[in-house]
Design a protein around this ligand. Structure first.
Ligand SMILES: Cc1cc2nc3c(=O)[nH]c(=O)nc-3n(C[C@H](O)[C@H](O)[C@H](O)COP(=O)(O)OP(=O)(O)OC[C@H]3O[C@@H](n4cnc5c(N)ncnc54)[C@H](O)[C@@H]3O)c2cc1C
Length: 248
């Protein structure tokens, strides 16, 4: 089957989406913008399912519904472990993927709470970007957002400039707390921020910021081991936890 073409067997069940822009951040991380062939409804934080070469996978949408294109933040998992991403990684502007016509997912903004602690590993930041862009466009009084993102290397924070800009402009509404887990690596030369795996830093962060637990939602997205560890650390507290695991 030709690269970038939806599988004929899947025709009818799917719409298509054309790649209109692609930005490579590192050798294995990229941001991509898709133009669906038909209107695509979703809520900020939900995921779409795209495919090529007879394979499909879910991807959290980094853009809010108000934007004309679907933005994704994808990590290339090289073969033989990765199945779809080696195909996706070869796609260029103008190529097409198949797309399930409906978005899915329950990992969305929780309006019941005023304090939002959003913890991510690398690409797990995507749904938070969608939620933040939407929430900051029509802010509610009293909402506080904290994005805690962990990565091995500083060049893997795909939205750090945007999150810093949001933080600067938000008058305390948004805080960005990135941490690298391999501070000694030459790729992290010059890094002056936090160090350590993000799951090990969440408890101290909560102690320092002290959001009222009963009015706080802790969102966890990305690596399943990060999610399990943070949940274990928060056991017995009143924090409400929402999670989106990227794999089992
Ligand atoms: C609800 C949901 C939303 C998701 N959103 C995103 C997203 O926004 N961006 C994204 O890159 N992936 C996301 N994923 C993961 C994505 O669906 C694929 O699993 C991933 O792109 C790898 O696809 P693959 O076919 O190459 O390998 P797969 O066969 O799917 O996975 C092989 C192995 O790769 C590893 N792996 C999978 N995903 C990742 C990842 N993101 N980072 C590091 N290691 C990984 C795991 O060890 C996994 O067992 C999401 C998954 C789910 C369930």
């Amino acid at each position: 089957m030709q690269e970038g073409q939806p599988s004929p067997a899947l025709k009818g069940k799917f719409i298509t989406a054309r790649i209109v822009r692609r930005v490579d951040l590192t050798e294995d991380l990229w941001r991509v913008w898709l133009q669906p062939s038909e209107p695509f409804a979703f809520k900020a934080g939900q995921y779409c399912t795209i495919g090529t070469a007879g394979l499909e996978r879910p991807y959290s949408i980094a853009s809010p519904p108000s934007e004309p294109q679907i933005e994704l933040f994808i990590e290339h998992i090289p073969p033989p472990v990765g199945q779809l991403t080696p195909h996706l990684f070869k796609l260029k502007n103008g190529d097409q993927v198949s797309m399930r016509p409906r978005a899915k997912g329950l990992f969305v903004f929780q309006p019941k709470y005023r304090h939002h602690i959003m913890v991510a590993t690398v690409t797990g930041v995507a749904p938070y970007i969608a939620i933040l862009r939407e929430q900051l466009a029509a802010p509610r009084n009293g909402d506080r957002f904290h994005v805690l993102e962990g990565a091995s290397y500083q060049d893997e924070f795909g939205y750090d400039k945007e999150l810093k800009a949001m933080s600067m402009a938000s008058n305390g509404k948004v805080t960005f707390f990135p941490s690298v887990s391999r501070p000694q690596d030459p790729r992290n030369h010059g890094w002056q921020g936090a160090t350590g795996r993000i799951n090990t830093l969440v408890e101290d962060y909560l102690k320092r910021v002290a959001p009222p637990p009963a009015d706080t939602c802790v969102y966890l997205c990305g690596h399943p081991l990060m999610i399990e560890d943070v949940k274990r650390r928060l056991e017995g507290t009143d924090y409400h936890v929402e999670e989106e695991r990227f794999w089992k």
